[in-house]
Design a binder for this molecule. Structure first.
Ligand SMILES: [Zn+2]
Length: 329
């Protein structure tokens, strides 16, 4: 099993690009980004693209890659005005990521690099581990997956609709975007894991920054800003979900940090991918997982309708349903 996980890591990390990357050759610093940089005032140290913050000094170097957290260890503190309920909400949101990637969230004692969580009237985060203290501002304390989205940025994720191949999947209607908000829809050089992920928690809704909506937000709009192209139109009303981490949210984070050490095995009979028993590369048949499982080990059956070949289980294992329920009959 260890050997198989190692193979999986080698395979995925060999194709990893830096997250949300502004390359040093200038190809990622577009005219809109230049406009933002040109508009900064003397002494301004931070620039924000929608909910993503960057240090001006990092962008002015011409390149920035949103570095991963060292050893996947993410330290955090809470501002003194944060209630215990809010602190619990943040930790619960954060704990979605270690289920699928080798990241650990640890209260800071004296570490140099850490997230400092503040209450605010809007949500924002730096991208990646920038070094030193980095503020994360949260307003949506009652939305677990808006907080998980901000933490996704802090772990190095960019917006899905900014990935370089997005124009093959969606059309951005710049005429429907609020004036001055166009930079939120620009392409970034970023990680590309799997096919374009309409389901990503890092994707915007079709009405984000629409001229129909209040300044700086989305709403139910007539003039959409993101149109899903054929043949995927069914996703139009679904993009921008903040209810769960999508399959590729989970797998791209595992690609960045590695799969969790000692994680359970996963089975998915619909997978056409190579099978290593990990969440992202599950075994195809329960019998394969049982053959690899040690006594008492947990095997998760990934949700959906599957047909598994009939088997007799003659060892003690724990069967779990990954996302909701599994019926065995
Ligand atoms: Zn965001």
């Amino acid at each position: 099993m260890k050997k198989l996980i190692l193979l999986y890591l080698l395979m995925v990390t060999s194709t990893v690009y830096p997250a949300c990357f502004f390359p040093a050759d200038g190809t990622g610093v577009t005219p809109e980004v230049e406009k933002v940089l040109a508009g900064i005032t003397d002494g301004q140290k931070i620039v924000q693209f929608d909910d993503m913050k960057f240090r001006v000094e990092d962008l002015e170097k011409g390149g920035f890659s949103g570095p991963p957290w060292t050893n996947g260890q993410v330290y955090y503190t809470f501002h003194s005005s944060i209630t215990s309920e809010q602190a619990t909400a943040w930790v619960e949101a954060a704990e979605n990521w270690p289920l699928y990637a080798n990241v650990t969230f640890i209260p800071r004692t004296s570490q140099a690099n850490y997230i400092s969580v503040f209450p605010s009237t809007s949500n924002s985060s730096f991208v990646g581990m920038i070094g030193g203290a980095q503020n994360m501002e949260i307003a949506s304390w009652d939305s677990e997956f808006i907080i998980a989205h901000e933490i996704g940025h802090a772990l190095g994720m960019c917006h899905e609709h900014s990935r370089p191949d997005r124009n093959s999947y969606v059309t951005i209607l710049f005429e429907n975007i609020q004036e001055g908000k166009e930079h939120n829809f620009e392409l970034r050089v970023a990680d590309v894991y799997g096919s374009y992920d309409f389901d990503s928690v890092m994707h915007y809704s079709g009405c984000a920054f629409s001229i129909d909506c209040p300044a700086g937000s989305g709403c139910d709009c007539t003039n959409a800003t993101i149109i899903v192209d054929p043949p995927n139109e069914a996703w139009q009303s679904l993009i921008g979900q903040r209810d769960y981490l999508s399959y590729w949210d989970r797998c791209s984070m595992a690609g960045r940090y590695g799969a969790p050490i000692g994680q359970a095995m996963f089975v998915d009979s619909t997978s056409g991918l190579p099978e290593y028993g990990t969440y992202c590369y599950p075994y195809h048949q329960l019998s394969t997982a049982l053959g690899a499982a040690m006594t008492g080990e947990t095997i998760f059956i990934i949700g959906g309708d599957h047909n598994y070949a009939p088997i007799t289980i003659d060892q003690w294992v724990v069967l779990g349903a990954d996302d909701g329920e599994a019926m065995i009959y």
